[in-house]
Design a protein around this ligand. Structure first.
Ligand code: FMN
Length: 383
């Protein structure tokens, strides 16, 4: 991996800078896919607004504070309390995004969660991510296929399985429909215009080939994008239930995490059925528009599981300060989806590293402001 240019922290100090640059470098369709929520996007904006309203009171006078960001989670030491959330159709947003993010995860010792519907496979990403690999499962209807995907993940070093609960059916995502996203892809005049006006994305895509759901291709007619799209829509999800989760618990011998819960009673059931962790998440506002802001339900869920499982969090985090806010409300660890993709689309090969550097810098600065040396201190700042 190339050296990280230190001036990047001056040039692109915050997620908003990456977001702006990503928007200018991405074709309209890719941008709309990344950015969109569902419906009128109330859940999307609720996630962000809820973060703005969280207030923390600094405790200065602690002498020289040297923050330590490392954290122990589920038997593994991580370099920082955040990871890279699973993102599907990644290559549509930036070619080779999975490679870039997996390498950054290995370099900064943070988890990278590869999506079932990413545009790369566990076979290609496993060797790059080392022991930082988590794998996200959209639960297949057919047990034989589930077993095959799980063994591919396991054999390629992905030790933690994240199964996504909150996609019982693909969401309508009206904004991406308006932008013309269809599987299989159909060219429109707007897309042709975009291809010519976004040369970095276009050349990278020409070099890498058009994005395909490579993990899933194995289970259907790989030559037909229509067949792959149809397979995803009709076979992944739609039947996920607590009984299915129990089967998965028996089948997967590694760490198992249930992602996409916002109700305390569901969190309690996940604990009873042996989840090693849960991710409180509303899928970044992409599934159901009336859902609460994920951060607003976090404290109640933390209370309801009574320390019996690990509570992880995503949805709406854009900065180191947001990470601290989530931890102060009880999260053991957090994930970021869009922010990492902004980084990659904005800065290409350096984007994964830059996003980590930016978040680490913000985290350290805010921890010193608060007078906290470690992640455990952050959990106590409301006491
Ligand atoms: C473009 C995009 C694609 C996503 N694809 C997946 C996916 O394949 N599987 C999954 O479990 N979650 C997926 N998510 C949800 C993320 O894992 C995560 O929950 C969400 O992005 C967190 O919100 P944030 O973007 O505000 O950080 C996706 C999110 C985005 C933005």
């Amino acid at each position: 991996m190339q050296n990280y240019p230190s001036e990047y922290l001056e040039k692109y100090p915050a997620s908003i800078d990456l977001e702006k640059r990503a928007k200018s470098r991405m074709p309209h369709l890719s941008w709309e896919y990344l950015q969109c929520g569902t419906g009128d996007e109330h859940a999307l904006s609720r996630n962000r607004h809820a973060f703005k309203d969280i207030i923390l009171t600094p405790r200065p006078m602690q002498g020289a504070v040297v923050p330590d960001l490392s954290v122990e989670l589920l038997g593994q030491r991580y370099g920082a309390p955040f990871g890279i959330a699973p993102v599907g159709l990644t290559g549509l947003m930036w070619p080779r995004a999975e490679h870039i993010l997996a390498q950054a995860a290995a370099r900064y010792s943070i988890p990278y969660c590869l999506s079932t519907v990413a545009t790369e496979t566990p076979e290609t990403i496993g060797p790059l991510v080392g022991n930082m690999g988590w794998f996200q499962l959209y639960p297949p209807k057919e047990k034989a296929i589930r077993a095959d995907i799980l063994s591919r993940a396991k054999n390629n070093g992905f030790h933690t399985l994240v199964v996504t609960a909150d996609v019982p059916v693909p969401s309508r995502r009206e904004r991406t429909k308006r932008a013309g996203l269809r599987m299989p892809h159909r060219m429109t005049p707007r897309m042709i215009f975009d291809i010519f006006t976004h040369p970095s994305w276009t050349f990278a895509t020409l070099r890498n080939g058009s994005p395909r759901l490579k993990t899933i291709e194995k289970y259907t007619d790989a030559r037909s994008k229509a067949a792959v799209a149809e397979y995803v829509n009709s076979n992944l999800g739609g039947t996920f239930s607590w009984d299915y989760f129990k089967e998965l618990r028996d089948e997967w011998t590694g760490t198992l995490i249930l992602k996409g819960l916002t109700h305390p009673a569901d969190a309690e059931t996940a604990v009873e059925l042996g989840a090693d962790g849960i991710i409180v998440s509303n899928h970044g506002g992409r599934q159901f528009d009336a859902i609460p802001a994920a951060i607003s339900v976090l404290p109640e869920i933390v209370r309801s599981v009574k320390g019996k499982t690990h509570v992880l969090f995503d949805s709406g985090i854009r900065s180191g300060l947001d990470i601290i806010k989530a931890i102060s409300l009880g999260a053991d660890f957090v994930f970021l989806g869009r922010t990492f993709i902004y980084g990659v689309a904005a800065l290409g090969k350096q984007g994964g590293a830059h996003t980590c550097e930016m978040l680490i810098d913000e985290l350290k600065n805010c921890m010193i402001q608060l007078g906290c040396t470690g992640i455990d201190d952050l959990k106590k700042i409301r006491e």
